[in-house]
Design a binder for this molecule. Structure first.
Ligand SMILES: Cc1cc2nc3c(=O)[nH]c(=O)nc-3n(C[C@H](O)[C@H](O)[C@H](O)COP(=O)(O)OP(=O)(O)OC[C@H]3O[C@@H](n4cnc5c(N)ncnc54)[C@H](O)[C@@H]3O)c2cc1C
Length: 448
């Protein structure tokens, strides 16, 4: 069958947009089909009553810094796009029952701040960080953008990065290991162990023993070697730049185009069927939908070998996640730092993020923290009142901790969750859990 498209991408999350835009850059005819009326997936932005909210991510490093290793920055550069950002430090504050810790990107300032809580712990943390930074130094010689998921990875790594691979040999154990193993080696101080668990949880949704070491090595490395920054216009600025890049190189984005099925004939992909029965043909389909949606809804069981399907669907998911978006009057809050994590006793944590943006004409600046409470499970109860009850700790323990007039300042409140398809669990996404293997390969058996 002759098709005018080379590739269909299902979903315009950051992953789908990057894949689509890069393929367009390399001369492929690409169409991205997005269910929503807004592109960006988890990174889309929305407005209510003049407040502008990020729906998900807001912590970024090195987006506009040409020396950073951030693969997104490299992609934007290739596409001929860039974004403006605001650099800030400290990243924010962690509020523990014992006091508040400013979290600096700069390694020395961070260790000095930790030393105010525990001198011995700060020394151990330094050894732990040095170990991870050595891993980062090795990893940074092989840019993530050079990595790929097929067998070409091996000749590329050996041909272009052979020397760097040799240098990484001493760290090989760490690459497949967990942060917990490195922590056990260097850190005995219970307070610092709790801090490391918290940092891992905020990054991966798992504690140190479940978080893969390169992920945290990358975070510490970028935090101290590049800059912590926020895109002007929020995450939407990144999404807009990727859409511009896609269209500049001839790719097409179709919003409000929900894919109902990936079409397979004789074991090969031939296209997709959209809601409303429109068919688009292409010999390659890339799914940016969740692994669970792709393998349970978009493909029929008979389209895939059972073992492949089963191993894909066994991908572990983070259990639950709640966002509380608040629009708050900004006057008098100048000293408030951008990200807040409030850890209550019993290991529960609320994370609050502040994003600065310009409100249409009326106020020069506005404050809108997106507030998530990952450790308050919300499995089951789907009613609004239940959600409101579950969100109460965000007000009682978190907001009031650093916004003295939190409640009375509030102008707009939204509580939302993401649902894990096929279950009653609301979640943040699939996770690479250390010791439980990697996410399934990106190339399926229907790939030509
Ligand atoms: C609350 C939250 C906070 C986060 N914070 C950070 C952070 O601070 N820093 C950071 O770097 N990362 C953060 N992340 C992670 C980051 O946002 C995600 O990793 C990233 O945005 C995921 O992009 P994606 O393209 O993989 O998937 P998604 O964003 O989930 O995109 C999938 C897209 O596919 C579309 N789709 C699904 N099914 C279909 C279909 N059948 N037909 C058509 N379209 C379909 C969806 O509508 C969606 O647009 C956060 C994530 C969340 C949820």
């Amino acid at each position: 069958m002759v098709s005018k498209n080379d590739v269909i991408v299902i979903g315009s999350g950051i992953g789908g947009l990057v894949a689509g835009a890069m393929l367009a850059y390399y001369g492929k005819k690409v169409v991205i089909c997005e269910s929503h009326t807004i592109p960006g997936g988890a990174a889309h932005c929305f407005s209510r009553q003049g407040f502008h909210f990020d729906s998900g991510p807001s912590f970024y490093c090195g987006l506009a810094d040409q020396y950073s290793l951030n693969p997104l920055q490299k992609v934007l550069k290739i596409l001929g796009e860039s974004i403006e950002t605001v650099v800030y430090d400290p990243l924010g504050h962690y509020h523990f029952p014992e006091g508040s810790l400013p979290v600096y990107g700069d390694e020395t300032s961070y260790l000095e701040a930790v030393a105010k809580f525990t001198t011995q712990g700060a020394k151990e943390l330094e050894l732990f960080q040095d170990h991870l930074l050595r891993l980062y130094a090795g990893l940074k010689e092989v840019p993530p953008i050079a990595l790929r998921a097929d067998f070409w990875l091996i000749p590329i790594l050996l041909g272009k990065y052979g020397l760097s691979l040799l240098k990484m040999l001493p760290s090989l154990g760490d690459i497949g290991g967990s942060v917990g193993q490195i922590m056990d080696k260097w850190v005995k101080d219970p307070w610092v162990r709790r801090l490391i668990d918290l940092e891992c949880f905020l990054l991966s949704g798992l504690k140190a023993d479940g978080t893969v070491a390169p992920e945290v090595a990358f975070m510490f490395g970028e935090r101290s070697n590049s800059v912590i920054e926020y895109p002007i216009g929020g995450s939407a600025a990144i999404v807009d730049a990727l859409v511009r890049g896609l269209e500049r190189w001839g790719g097409q984005l179709r919003l409000n185009s929900h894919v109902e099925q990936i079409l397979i004939e004789s074991g090969k992909v031939v296209g997709v069927r959209l809601r409303g029965d429109e068919i688009i043909n292409a010999p390659i389909v890339i799914s940016n939908a969740t692994i669970w949606d792709t393998y349970t809804k978009l493909l029929k069981p008979e389209d895939l070998p059972a073992s492949f399907r089963e191993s894909a669907l066994a991908t572990p998911a983070v259990e639950s996640f709640m966002h509380l978006h608040l629009g708050i009057r900004a006057d008098g809050l100048d000293a408030c730092s951008a990200n807040r994590v409030v850890q209550r006793r019993h290991g529960r944590a609320c994370r609050c993020r502040r994003r600065w943006g310009r409100q249409r004409r009326r106020h020069p600046w506005l404050l809108h923290p997106g507030c998530s409470c990952p450790s308050s499970p919300v499995v089951g109860g789907q009613h609004r009142c239940n959600r409101q009850r579950r969100s109460r700790p965000c007000f009682n323990c978190a907001l009031h901790r650093f916004l003295p007039l939190g409640h009375s300042r509030r102008c707009r409140r939204l509580i939302g969750r993401r649902r894990l398809p096929g279950s009653r669990t609301w979640e943040r996404g699939g996770r690479v859990v250390q010791r439980r293997g990697l996410l399934p390969p990106s190339l399926g058996p229907c790939h030509r």
